[in-house]
Design a protein. Structure first.
Length: 331
């Protein structure tokens, strides 16, 4: 049982990663794994070279070289494997529930070439806990839904961090219901999902950040850094680039010049699309029904962001820009 009510157990089965609770058979995430050899056979991570499927290497004493498999599967009850629901160390979030799902990588709908990612819902899953990873866009809040003083709203399709800045301006920071927004682990919701750096799933160390998640296109998602404490400077509008990646968990050899994603502290935080793409315009072309179709002006404590393109998860690398105006002065 984790620290806030959603039970998480990790077991492995041949060819798959299985995150489950055997105390909750109703969610059908439990398996008979009495065979210790089966428990130890596979540990799951991905290195993709161009459009190859998941690259798996058995985590046994065998010295066999890595194999390319047509697909692999994570089965998970979606429970966070860390103490979620806290902001600044204080409990603010709601408990989330166990619900068994099975995800194939690469997902058939997203394999082979650049594609739009889901605007709401899973774009990746973490490799440590089998937790959902979403893109930055949120469903919005009606007036009073996210503030104790019945003020504040946020349009659907605005990224979750910008929404927080808007609510702080409208409601006052002290009145924002932080449990509706992201916790210290960059997650919220039921099922719990992460919409930022997977800060509670890894500890940054020297060199390139470790693998933290697998995207639905089967490519690896790594932590924030390209080298020690230094983010990559050449991420495309999907949030990925080509480069060298490190070995993982002692069972995956390093790989050179593979396309992979990085989490970051600016939009899209996780993924904007399944790349690679040559430009922001190329990313936007993957979303013909939403990108360039709806714009809002967002007033925050940092000033105004004009012409925000809602439900368009395509961003040039770098911080968002705010302008202090008479109608929306920076505080």
């Amino acid at each position: 049982m984790d620290r806030f009510g959603c039970p998480k157990f990790l077991r492995l089965r041949s060819g798959s990663l299985v995150f489950f609770t055997k105390e909750d058979p109703a969610n059908e995430c439990s398996f008979d794994l009495s065979n210790e050899e089966v428990k130890a056979v596979f540990f799951f991570a991905a290195q993709l070279s161009n459009r190859h499927p998941l690259r798996l290497k058995p985590a046994s004493k065998s010295t066999r070289s890595a194999r390319f498999l047509p697909k692999s599967v994570i089965t998970t009850n979606q429970c966070a494997n860390f103490d979620y629901g806290k902001v600044g160390g204080s409990r603010v979030g709601d408990q989330h529930d166990a619900a068994c799902i099975t995800q194939t990588f690469p997902a058939p709908a997203y394999s082979g070439g650049s594609k739009a990612a889901p605007l709401r819902g899973r774009v990746a899953m973490s490799v440590v806990g089998g937790v959902n990873v979403y893109n930055p866009l949120d469903g919005g809040f009606s007036t009073g839904q996210a503030c104790e003083n019945s003020l504040g709203d946020c349009e659907p399709g605005v990224d979750v961090q910008l929404c927080k800045l808007k609510l702080q301006k409208q409601c006052g920071t002290e009145n924002v219901r932080n449990g509706k927004l992201l916790d210290d682990c960059s997650g919220h919701g039921n099922p719990y999902h992460i919409q930022g750096d997977l800060a509670c799933e890894y500890t940054p160390g020297a060199g390139h950040s470790t693998l933290v998640a697998i995207a639905l296109d089967g490519r690896g998602v790594y932590g924030r850094y390209e080298t020690t404490n230094t983010p990559p400077s050449d991420l495309d509008a999907c949030g990925g680039h080509y480069g060298n990646v490190p070995s993982y968990a002692g069972v995956y050899s390093a790989a050179a010049n593979v396309y992979h994603y990085h989490t970051r502290t600016t939009p899209p935080y996780t993924l904007g699309c399944f790349g690679p793409v040559a430009s922001k315009a190329a990313c936007m072309a993957l979303y013909p029904n939403t990108c360039g179709k709806g714009f809002v002006t967002v007033c925050t404590r940092q000033g105004e962001m004009a012409d925000y393109d809602t439900d368009c998860p395509c961003y040039n690398q770098g911080a968002q820009t705010f302008t202090s105006t008479a109608a929306c002065p920076a505080l």
